[in-house]
Design a protein around this ligand. Structure first.
Ligand SMILES: [Zn+2]
Ligand SMILES: [Zn+2]
Length: 342
């Protein structure tokens, strides 16, 4: 019986129904007027959208189990350890850094705007380094392995990535004076939007959200981020407000002439959990092992993915530069270019 109880609790937790069920059992619908009540009511939106996405895929005969199997397997593994590490990382950073905050904010709309801009900066840093430092890419790459886009991709993460992200984002926010209640509220919005931007073409065909595409980061922008096309690699690192991508020159809109090809540039066996989850660590270890001299070994760990001690780099920057050069020479071959390694 306890197994059924555990499965039931996990299902209710996954669907985000805890708060609504509590409300139903206690009859206290007044709590819908409080912030916690609103957050509780919004929680089931993404899981149900995911169910709609799967149902639509089945109805239109586009459902492929491979599109969902790996993200869900990873989700289950992360649920066991990943979330506890994230919570511990957040608590640790608040405890250590709160006394060094440059000033104190309160829970008001204008501090919310300030806090969100700061949060996005922390998010940009974690995400940028996740792509530009090989060791951190090992933590982040699992999220980029899926070769199609759907809401289950938002669950595909290496179990240490949450802690790595939250250490950077929380530290930046706390030092810049974002107070913890404000921070948790921002985290909630970020989590919701960060999940939603993975909505697949089955539910939202172009994902541009009309005029919003000009102002915020939409599913279309995040599809570009998940692409291995040379033009799209290492762009759109933000989550909701893409100001920092515009500031640092990593903003890229979806070009109708350049269809998104999802995934990473190395060949990945998406049916093999170890390749999806540990593959990047394996190839990093191999490069470090083979590299001549201690300096080159250290460089492999901290230089961008694709860096080579031979000077024959295949980083996102060099691949993109070569692609743009090739466009200048032969303007008609835009989509024929294929990068070979990450
Ligand atoms: Zn990324
Ligand atoms: Zn993503």
């Amino acid at each position: 019986m306890s197994l059924f109880h555990t499965l039931y609790d996990e299902l209710i937790g996954f669907l985000g129904l805890n708060a609504l069920l509590d409300m139903y059992h206690t009859g206290n619908y007044q709590s819908l007027l409080t912030l916690n009540g609103i957050l509780g009511a919004v929680s089931p939106v993404l899981p149900f959208l995911l169910l709609i996405e799967i149902t639509r895929a089945i109805v239109y005969k586009r459902f492929k189990i491979e599109d969902y199997r790996m993200p869900f397997l990873i989700f289950i593994i992360n649920r066991v350890i990943g979330r506890f590490l994230s919570i511990a990382a957040i608590a640790f950073c608040i405890g250590v850094f709160e006394k060094y905050a440059i000033f104190k904010t309160t829970f008001t709309w204008y501090w919310l705007i300030y806090g969100y801009i700061i949060w996005e900066f922390g998010h940009f840093l974690y995400h940028y380094w996740g792509h530009r430092v090989r060791l951190f890419w090992c933590l982040h790459a699992t999220h980029h392995m899926p070769q199609t886009m759907n809401l289950s991709v938002s669950y595909a993460h290496f179990f240490l990535e949450g802690a790595y992200a939250d250490i950077i984002r929380t530290t930046v926010c706390i030092l810049m004076g974002v107070n913890p209640p404000l921070l948790f509220f921002i985290m909630f919005i970020d989590g919701f939007w960060g999940g939603f931007i993975h909505v697949g073409e089955n539910v939202l065909k172009n994902g541009r959200l009309g005029f919003l595409n000009k102002w915020i980061l939409t599913p279309s922008h995040h599809r570009v981020h998940h692409a291995k096309n040379p033009l799209y690699m290492d762009t759109n690192f933000c989550n909701l407000l893409n100001i920092w991508d515009r500031v640092f020159g990593t903003y890229q809109h979806e070009d109708p002439k350049e269809p998104v090809q999802y995934g990473v540039t190395r060949n990945v066996n998406n049916r093999n959990f170890f390749d999806v989850y540990f593959g990047e660590f394996y190839y990093l270890a191999l490069d470090v092992w083979k590299a001549p001299g201690i300096l080159n070994k250290v460089r492999y760990i901290f230089m961008p993915p694709g860096w080579s001690h031979t000077g024959d780099h295949k980083t996102a920057v060099t691949v993109k530069r070569a692609y743009l050069e090739s466009l200048k020479q032969t303007p008609s071959t835009t989509t024929q270019y294929e990068a070979t390694t990450s």
